[in-house]
Design a protein around this ligand. Structure first.
Ligand SMILES: NC(=O)c1ccc[n+]([C@@H]2O[C@H](COP(=O)([O-])OP(=O)(O)OC[C@H]3O[C@@H](n4cnc5c(N)ncnc54)[C@H](OP(=O)(O)O)[C@@H]3O)[C@@H](O)[C@H]2O)c1
Length: 458
């Protein structure tokens, strides 16, 4: 029998709840992966009843027919996030719905400014007791604005909750190919044996978007690409690709190895390019003199015996040529290179994260037919093309893991700490340098600049 489950969502009138969390819970319910009677307590400050709340969700929810499935599981609870007495009323509702071993999850789908007040009130109203392993708190990135604020948030959380009860979400870790990185690396001898600086020439981590900041000016202008993308998604990708063999695949053993990488990253100051797309200053809720970057490129190194000397390129930005998230592992030329009459291309492994998950491997092969020419060919595995039915979304996997107390796909404090240390250093170096933001119209201009600085083609 599945454990009784109550999920309480703060910020349930927001985009994340309607677009990601409720659809993920519907799918888990449909697939019978969570208990059928699971209660989803949706908290909002708006004066809705059950029907009008669902009407508001329907406007954003991707598939409206689906929503009907979990209609009976949803309870809309109108309360003020600041008022402690309201938390006691919430506790009465949750107590009425629960048994002794009910799994209780409190999901903060709100901006980081509300984290403190909600955590404090959850603690004061005994919604979560430190010793109660069945109760957990989940919160979203951004984990602070810099190392100092992240430390302060963390201290606060540790004051109220036990580390075992805390789930820090970076939804990238729930993506299919991100989960697959360790399998591709460690379950395949051909890769594991060549996954080091003798065989790998360079690694590129690329997350490109074609959109601008859409309607998120208020948030984005205080953040920028470095804090919004590099601190979380890109450094997590780099840690998974560069880490050493873990003692086991248990959460803490994996994290030890990821942290060993994160604390050994060194970046090349000369390579740094920060850009802002033309027209950014006219976006809604953006300061007219904003110096916020919408593009970052840098070359880094991981000073571990495995990867010492291998350049790792990080690139992310908005309003670029295509929407794509990919890791490109380029292998060294073969020692036989000079014996060939034809120029050989290097082998490249593409770990494709979005828009379509998959892997492809570029190899040299003889051109079919009578000639001896060589061409580069690609072996391709497209995950979505081969799966039956829809692929699970990242939030489905992450929510399911929380219900099962699995912490592998959630970040531990020290991962965040070392990521912020690097990001703060880059930010400070940039401000202290005489460099200025590059205003760009398109990706071609940036590609040219990168080529000039590093000789790398993107
Ligand atoms: N949306 C996504 O796809 C996504 C993806 C990854 C991470 N995140 C993160 O998830 C968090 C929520 O994002 P979101 O996109 O859902 O934001 P959102 O659409 O702006 O929703 C914010 C929610 O917080 C509530 N809220 C704001 N101020 C409040 C206050 N003073 N008192 C009570 N409630 C308050 C809002 O209530 P009202 O409706 O009454 O204003 C709303 O329910 C953010 O930290 C974001 O960075 C979001």
């Amino acid at each position: 029998m599945k454990q009784k489950l109550i999920i309480t969502i703060f910020g349930a009138t927001g985009d994340l709840t309607a677009r990601k969390l409720l659809p993920a819970l519907t799918k888990l319910n449909k697939d019978r992966l969570i208990e059928e009677q699971t209660k989803i307590i949706c908290i909002g400050r708006r004066d809705y009843d059950h029907a009008s709340y669902l009407d508001s969700v329907r406007k954003i929810y991707p598939d409206n027919q689906d929503l009907d499935r979990i209609k009976p599981n949803i309870i809309y609870f109108n309360m003020s996030i600041e008022k402690q007495t309201d938390y006691f009323k919430l506790k009465e509702l949750i107590d009425d719905e629960s048994f002794e071993d009910t799994r209780k999850i409190y999901y903060l789908a709100v901006g980081p400014d509300l984290l403190e007040v909600i955590s404090k009130n959850i603690n004061a109203s005994h919604l979560i007791e430190k010793k109660d392993i069945n109760s957990s708190i989940v919160f979203e990135k951004p984990f602070g604005q810099d190392l100092e604020s992240a430390k302060a948030i963390n201290e606060l959380l540790w004051g109220y909750f036990d580390e075992k009860q805390i789930y820090r979400i970076d939804h990238y870790l729930g993506k299919e190919m991100i989960q697959n990185i360790l399998t591709v690396r460690f379950a395949n001898k051909i890769f594991e044996d060549s996954w080091h600086n003798n065989s790998i020439k360079s690694i590129k981590y690329i997350v490109k978007e074609t959109d601008g900041i859409l309607n998120r000016g208020g948030y984005y202008d205080t953040s920028g690409a470095l804090k919004d993308m590099v601190q979380s998604h890109l450094l997590q990708m780099l840690a998974l690709v560069s880490m050493d063999v873990p003692k086991s695949y248990q959460s803490d053993d994996l994290k030890e190895e990821k942290v060993n990488v994160l604390k050994r990253i060194r970046y090349d100051k000369e390579s740094l390019i920060m850009g802002q797309y033309e027209g950014y200053l006219n976006e809604k809720n953006v300061n007219k003199e904003s110096k916020t970057e919408t593009f970052v490129f840098l070359k880094a190194f991981v000073d571990t015996p495995r990867f010492k000397g291998v350049p790792m390129y990080l690139l992310t930005g908005k309003k670029l040529d295509i929407k794509e998230s990919v890791i490109i592992v380029e292998f060294e030329e073969t020692a036989e290179q000079h014996k060939w009459h034809f120029p050989l291309k290097t082998n490249k492994l593409y770990i494709k994260i979005a828009p379509q998950d998959g892997i492809s491997l570029a190899l040299n092969s003889k051109v079919p037919g009578l000639s001896d020419d060589v061409e580069s060919v690609e072996l391709e595995y497209c995950i979505a093309c081969n799966s039956v039915g829809n692929m699970p979304e990242a939030y489905e996997k992450l929510l399911l893991d929380i219900t099962k107390y699995h912490k592998r796909l959630f970040t531990r404090w020290d991962e965040i700490e070392y990521s912020w240390q690097l990001v703060d250093e880059i930010k400070q170096d940039f401000v202290a340098s005489s460099k200025s933001l590059v205003t760009y119209k398109n990706f071609d201009e940036l590609k040219k600049l990168i080529k000039e600085k590093t000789n790398e083609v993107f």
